[in-house]
Design a protein around this ligand. Structure first.
Ligand SMILES: [Zn+2]
Ligand SMILES: [Zn+2]
Length: 237
């Protein structure tokens, strides 16, 4: 299997996305830029290092929104360091973190962070629980979440459980980027990816059979090919 070479970049006019990395069980990190809006998606481990290569300190401080697809460590591992960096750099403007309803990882990271730094926080952190019916606007970007199917294995032999998980459509100037996050094959993703300018589809099972946690190459490609362009991500290395 050929290794994906990160970062993956796509841009059209002043709408762009950079996937710094997307490696299952290791880390994800994505930046969407639209006009002067900088939006972070799934800040996994290493997000600060990657943002620092891409943006100036002032641009990092201007990040207003973070979108989390689900609470697995390879998607939220960098939240603490991002929040701390913004504190150290004296960010003044609010930061909103959008996350799927029931994603307790984000709530606990946030609560612990606020507990530690409540007396020295220069900016406001807003937590926004969202679901498949929510619509969010950030500057001129419209963000439409959609529910996906993603599970985790319980390591005491009790099988698997569904985790709160979302994919996101980012629309700007009549262009659309669809990011499915981690998901099994599902109709919501099929519908969202269709006709998108760019679809970012996980193929967490690579050449192997798919299940209710991740997709195979075959499934991921079949969805990606309905978009104008697509990237397959989250392929095991
Ligand atoms: Zn993952
Ligand atoms: Zn996951």
């Amino acid at each position: 299997m050929k290794k994906t070479k990160y970062p993956l970049s796509w841009s059209k006019k002043d709408f762009s996305i950079k996937i710094f990395c997307s490696i299952p069980n290791i880390a994800t990190g994505i930046l969407v830029r639209a006009g002067d809006a900088n939006i972070v998606i799934d800040p996994g481990d290493g997000i600060l290092r990657d943002l620092n290569k891409e943006l100036t300190v002032d641009q990092i401080k201007s990040i207003s929104d973070v979108f989390v697809t689900h609470g697995h460590h390879d998607h939220v591992g960098g939240v603490w360091s991002l929040l701390t960096y913004l504190r150290v750099m004296n960010k003044k403007t609010p930061l909103t973190i959008y996350y799927p309803k029931g994603c307790i990882e984000i709530e606990h990271i946030h609560n612990a962070f606020v507990k530690v730094y409540q007396d020295s926080l220069p900016y406001i952190i807003k937590l926004k629980e969202i679901d498949g019916k929510s619509v969010v606007t950030s500057k001129k970007v419209r963000i439409k979440p959609f529910e996906v199917i993603h599970k985790e294995i319980l390591n005491d032999g009790r099988g698997k459980r569904q985790v709160p998980a979302l994919g996101y459509n980012f629309s700007y100037n009549k262009m659309k980027i669809c990011y499915g996050g981690d998901t099994a094959y599902c109709e919501t993703l099929v519908r969202s990816a269709k006709g998108a300018d760019l679809a970012i589809i996980e193929a967490g099972h690579g050449e192997e059979e798919s299940d209710d946690m991740h997709m195979s190459f075959k499934e991921a490609k079949s969805i990606g090919e309905t978009a104008k362009e697509y990237f397959l991500v989250h392929v095991p290395e």
